[in-house]
Design a protein around this ligand. Structure first.
Ligand code: COI
Length: 331
């Protein structure tokens, strides 16, 4: 059996080698190139491909795999919002993701960044770098004094709730699917409007499905507390970026954590140093003292990368053998 992986990065190679050593019966091929209709040819003769989400996987791309008899795709990440699922269904694809490579990686990132916004760390770091060692005006706020609204109580949202409770924050939560543990703690509010009204900080942990696109918009922001801090480490298109920029300008939003951006494809995970930056709005956000931008790296920890590689290859093999895998995606 042969499994072919696309977009393999240097930091994934040790985990890939470990998996290969443990599976001598499986032939592993890989390229550093991402999967495109052109590069699909490199998987010829393979039983399945392993990819991760960086480009849209269009009908054309899926067709290029299907033309070579490949009808399975194992993602090394969780989100499947870049895949043309209608085409995948029509072409008879099986798809797996890695649903829980490390919820902690993402939840920790959200918690760290939200605490940094509250403590004005970006301004303080800039002052210290200039050897300005005065306290004022960078006085911070304590996490335990905040009511934090957590939108989405899946694995990531739940780990974040635990971390926030460790800090002593008051947590309120909203989800259309209630988790029994969170329910038992009485954290759910009945509506998003209620969460907006109560929260000093709002952190989003929901997928990019059509109901959620631009759920952070002019109207919903107007229902939030003045000076609210927003945290989006989930998907860029949850946020109408223009509306958030306007709210930052007016002070309605006093701080923003963004690990994702609605136009991030082709911009994030590239080195722009010394080159013309392609997005003026993002350029401006990066420069703001109360905005923390990271390039979709909340997931990026050694534990997460190892799990992403190992679990995606396990799933690819299971598909190829016609076996069940807990990481199969129903679509
Ligand atoms: C995901 O797992 O869906 C992520 O957002 C991480 C990234 C490698 C695409």
């Amino acid at each position: 059996m042969k499994i072919f992986a696309y977009g393999i990065r240097d930091d994934e190679k040790p985990s890939l080698k470990e998996w290969e050593d443990a599976h001598p019966d499986v032939e592993v091929g890989y390229t550093e190139e991402l999967l495109t209709p052109d590069s699909a040819k490199e998987a010829a003769g393979s039983d399945g491909v392993v990819v991760y989400q960086q480009l849209p996987y269009t009908r054309e791309t899926l067709q290029a795999l299907a033309d070579q008899g490949i009808h399975q795709m194992s993602l090394r990440n969780v989100g499947i919002d870049n895949i043309d699922l209608d085409a995948a269904k029509e072409l008879g694809f099986k798809i797996s993701n890695v649903a829980a490579y490390s919820p902690n990686a993402i939840a920790e990132h959200a918690a760290i960044q939200l605490a940094r916004v509250l403590r004005r760390s970006k301004e303080l770091d800039a002052k210290v770098a200039k050897r300005d060692l005065r306290w004022a005006p960078t006085i911070g706020r304590e996490v335990r004094m905040q009511t934090v609204g957590v939108v989405g109580t899946g694995r990531i949202g739940r780990v974040l709730i635990q971390i926030l409770q460790g800090f002593g924050a008051k947590v309120v939560a909203y989800d259309i699917f209630k988790n029994p543990e969170i329910d038992k703690q009485g954290l759910y509010v009945d509506s998003l409007d209620e969460l907006y009204a109560q929260s000093d900080v709002i952190s989003y942990h929901v997928p990019s499905v059509k109901e959620n696109i631009h759920m952070i918009n002019k109207d919903t922001i107007s229902k939030m507390k003045d000076g609210v801090v927003l945290v989006n480490v989930a998907r860029g298109d949850l946020m109408d970026t223009d509306a958030v920029v306007a709210a930052l300008d007016s002070g309605k939003v006093s701080g923003l954590v963004m690990d994702v951006y609605e136009n991030e494809v082709g911009i994030f995970n590239e080195d722009w140093e010394g080159k013309k930056f392609p997005d003026a709005r993002l350029d401006d956000l990066i420069d703001r003292p109360n905005v923390l931008v990271t390039p979709h790296t909340a997931f990026y920890t050694t534990k997460a990368v190892l799990e992403m590689v190992h679990q995606s290859f396990d799933a690819a093999v299971a598909f190829a053998k016609g076996e069940e895998t807990r990481n199969a995606v129903k679509f």
